[in-house]
Design a protein around this ligand. Structure first.
Ligand code: NAP
Length: 256
């Protein structure tokens, strides 16, 4: 796994919004970024879980976190606009948007896939990423060096039987990433990439592979060097790339 040594407080002065900050990889991102000095906006569905993460961050990195409960399944364009306005009032700029929240949907052949769960999975995994990036682009444009990291999966790069809406949602995320990256390439300093975390020891992984020994999968904290690198100045030339955490090596993504 990629290792990245950086200086203490290297995210100081930056504000980073993490979706799905109440659990798994997103929770670890939020705690890690705050520990390096960033202000973190914790977005998740479950307010109680967000409050618990907030309390933990408050002890280790006081004054660094704010909570933003949003249920992507029911949020409206107006809610996203209000979020953008509220962030603009609290912070001069947004330096990072980690679009990490997701649900697994059903593990089922398409023929029997429950339609309601199909729509919910597309709503939570894709439509929210569109709405949130659209609403927050003005906030990100205030930063001299912002990053958007979309979260993909190996089944978003090659389809796999029985992964249904989850796989399709991740293919859509790759398309959204590529489209936005090309739009922003020459008109902005925002850098946009997608990241496939690979199998990681979280509750989503447990739901997807209930018979697997969880200890065979890395903990979210083992992924953090890649996230930190992608938030660093060094990663500035990396744009529009579909990145795999497990095989991450900057030279493979930096222009030759
Ligand atoms: P997780 O532990 O299940 O956490 C999912 C997060 O998404 C939670 O914070 C959850 O919030 C949030 N979320 C779910 N539904 C939401 C909704 N309707 N509105 C707002 N937030 C919602 O998942 P994870 O394993 O950390 O996965 C994080 C990302 O990595 C996902 O995009 C996943 O597809 C991707 N990924 C994971 C793996 C893996 O092996 N773990 C592999 C490849 C890709 P609440 O807790 O408040 O419900």
């Amino acid at each position: 796994m990629f290792q990245y040594e950086t200086v203490e407080n290297f995210l100081s002065g930056k504000t980073i919004l993490v979706t799905g900050a109440s659990d798994g990889i997103g929770k670890c991102c939020a705690e890690t970024f705050a520990s390096y000095g960033a202000n973190v906006v914790l977005l998740g569905k479950n307010q109680k879980k967000l409050e618990a993460i907030y309390d933990k961050i408050e002890i280790l990195s006081p004054g660094k976190a704010i909570i933003q409960p949003v249920d992507f399944n029911i949020a409206t364009e107006g809610d996203y606009q209000n979020l953008s306005n509220s962030l603009a009032e609290q912070f001069q700029k947004l330096d990072g948007l980690i679009l990490n929240a997701g649900i697994l949907g059903a593990r089922s052949p398409i023929e029997f896939y429950p339609s309601d769960l199909w729509h919910e999975t597309i709503q939570v995994n894709v439509n929210s990423a569109f709405s949130l990036s659209k609403a927050l682009l003005p906030n990100l444009k205030q930063s001299p060096d912002a990053r958007i990291i979309f979260t993909s999966s190996s089944v978003g790069r090659e389809g796999r039987a029985h992964w249904g809406a989850y796989a399709v949602s991740k293919f859509a995320i790759e398309g959204l990433m590529q489209t936005l990256a090309e739009e922003l390439e020459k008109t902005s300093t925002i850098r946009v990439n997608s990241l496939n975390p690979g199998g990681t020891r979280t509750s989503m992984r447990k739901s997807a592979f209930p018979a697997e020994d969880p200890k065979t999968q890395p903990l979210p904290k083992e992924l953090m060097p890649v996230y930190l690198y992608l938030l660093s100045e060094e990663s500035k030339p990396i744009h529009g790339k579909a990145i795999d955490v497990r095989e991450f090596e900057p030279a493979n993504y930096l222009p030759k």
